[in-house]
Design a protein around this ligand. Sequence first.
Ligand SMILES: Cc1cc2nc3c(=O)[nH]c(=O)nc-3n(C[C@H](O)[C@H](O)[C@H](O)COP(=O)(O)OP(=O)(O)OC[C@H]3O[C@@H](n4cnc5c(N)ncnc54)[C@H](O)[C@@H]3O)c2cc1C
Length: 424
Amino acid sequence: MPSVNGARQAPVPARSHGHVVVIGGGGTGGAILFDLVSRGFTATLVERGELTSGTTGRHHGQLHSGARYAVGDREIARECMEEVRILQRIAPEALEMNYGLFVALTQEDVAFGAEFIDACQEATIPAREIPVERALAMEPHLNPAIRMAVQVPDGTIDAWRLPLHFFASARAAGAKIKTFTEVVEVTGANGSVTGVTVRNRATDEEYHISADLVVSATGAWAGHVAARAGIDLPVTPAPGTMVAVKKRLNNMVISHLHPAGDGDIIVPQRGLSIVGSTQWQTDDPDTVTVPADDITYLTGRAAELMPVFADTPFHAAWSASRPLAGSAGTVEDGRKLSRDFLAIDHGRNDALSGFISVIGGKATVLRAMAEKTVDLVCELVGVDQPCRTAETPLLPHRAYYQPTPASRSDASGPDNSRTREVQA
Ligand SMILES: Cc1cc2nc3c(=O)[nH]c(=O)nc-3n(C[C@H](O)[C@H](O)[C@H](O)COP(=O)(O)OP(=O)(O)OC[C@H]3O[C@@H](n4cnc5c(N)ncnc54)[C@H](O)[C@@H]3O)c2cc1C
């Protein structure tokens, strides 16, 4: 196996199965890029801003064991648990396995607790009730009136480092990454995608990148990007607010033991504690502002779990947008590759073959989303290459800042080349 900085890399098959352009430099795009090059495709990723400047760089950073979803959907929960185990093997540096505590505040919550533990166990999540006194000793800031505590293997993700592991590994395996490069058009001829026209946002220069397939991993912007291929993809951006205070008040992720709702998670993240979130809908994820009421509301919700939260100095409030799949047209016809994640083959739905949109999911399951998307890519081009990313330790995130000589010429940053037509 080739090695960069001493870390193993997925073997790169000598022959390319074709050139794929990935649009969107969030965690989903990064994981797809790495999976593509690992399976023998040449691949170029274009991101209109800096890497992780979309939803990826703004979420809470909860590593979901799946416990939060277990009562509602065992399969999503099971997938989260499986991916946590995989990420521990392939990217341990990006994770803090600090565990999670679900705490009951009311008798109703306690009644929900039994159903919760059963559901977790069915989803292979080792959830166990611990005595309230023990929970309070482990988390001294918890509301002393809690009535029940259940420990689960949640954790914290470094929202930036995890994707950088994938970007670094993809680039070392030959992928090209172009930041500050916005797709202005997805081009096609005779019903097949031919590539993307991009604008370098530093120089305003426009040029074309040819591709055999184009994968849009643009999250809340997926509808806007599909429109640049002339396709109507009903995706509704759904922003949510998070509030951080200037102290790490909890060791574990603290969640309210009740059906999922607003403001019921507090994540310890670096030197901060982050409560989230709310959710509303918008047309344009680029013009979202944080509603002032959300800050008061979320602070109050956090204080129900940890009263000291309300007295801890405010650090910041911000929002991130989820893509909500619309209920009509192409999305309903889309191919549901996971319970909460869609990969839409626009060849089947919109007569533009070779163009795929990826919608939904979670940061925790980015690798699984990539696996399923690249399985679809392989199916479309008739290639039989198994996914290897579950077994391949990724390069350290630091390797992203130390490009190999081969990758330095097309590393991130404005494209200075005079080339108008870029062939892989
Ligand atoms: C409030 C909130 C809290 C969350 N908390 C958690 C959590 O704690 N744990 C967890 O696992 N998940 C969490 N999630 C989910 C998680 O954040 C997302 O699933 C994940 O970040 C999505 O990544 P992505 O790469 O699909 O999208 P993004 O990170 O949004 O990436 C899309 C990229 O596409 C780029 N782009 C858009 N248009 C163009 C264009 N025309 N040309 C080029 N590039 C373009 C954007 O700039 C952006 O960088 C949370 C989500 C929200 C909204």
